[in-house]
Design a protein around this ligand. Sequence first.
Ligand code: HEM
Length: 153
Amino acid sequence: MCLMPNVMRIFPTSPSNFRMSNEPCEIGGYVFPKNTQFMFSYQIINSHPAHWINPNEFNPERFLNSSNESRKSNQYLQAFGGGHKVCPGKIFAMLHLKSFLVLLYRKWEVELVDMNALIKSYDITTRSCQQLEVRIRRRNLFNLKNIFEIYSF
Ligand code: HEM
């Protein structure tokens, strides 16, 4: 359960979003009139050094419930938006992803062809991966040699 939040933190499906102000407001010392449209970046919130320790590090353990950082950071993870407009499909999507990964890795071994390859993606509000080479091998579920080793007396 901590792998997916960290993937979504570093590579959010929705890297940015929009909001419109329904009243005048002040942000960072600047005053904005009513009906100003704001674009903001989930990508930046998700890796801002003010909220995350070593933000560029891929460390799923930061989302373990027992970690202090987890409790602090979870509120800054913006994979599904937040507030009144938060994604209503959030729990369904996480369950779906988890089931998909279990079914995939049960039968297949998947590894990156090049661990240092840059992910080519296209995005504005929704990000899609354009190219990422992976090597897929069928898992050897019935390794007879192992079975004989286990049952030999
Ligand atoms: C990994 C999968 C998904 C991601 C990353 C995602 C992300 C998001 C984000 C960032 C928003 C904008 C929230 C905001 O404005 O604060 C959103 C809105 C929304 N999402 Fe998702 N979503 C996912 C899956 C789903 C699924 C499976 C459904 C439906 C079954 C769904 C339905 C919606 C709807 C209806 C909205 C609009 C909510 C509103 O404007 O009131 N999403 N989603």
